[in-house]
Design a protein. Structure first.
Length: 61
């Protein structure tokens, strides 16, 4: 049985370690910033609404 031989010797199932892998030295493994990790992705807009919100404060603040 193949399953029993893998359990007896786990190295027998490790064929992935023998395949060659080529890396591109110029490309980063992960980007510095994801495409949605921007001001727009976080809901920010080019124009700020803060001034209007400060002017429209309720009188009890």
């Amino acid at each position: 049985m193949a399953i029993v031989s893998i359990l007896n010797d786990p190295r027998a199932a490790d064929t992935d370690g023998e395949r060659p892998v080529e890396f591109d030295d110029e490309a980063p493994a992960l980007p510095e910033q994801s495409t949605d990790d921007t001001d727009r992705g976080w809901g920010e807009r080019a124009t700020s609404n803060d001034d209007r919100l400060h002017e429209d404060r309720p009188p009890h603040w």
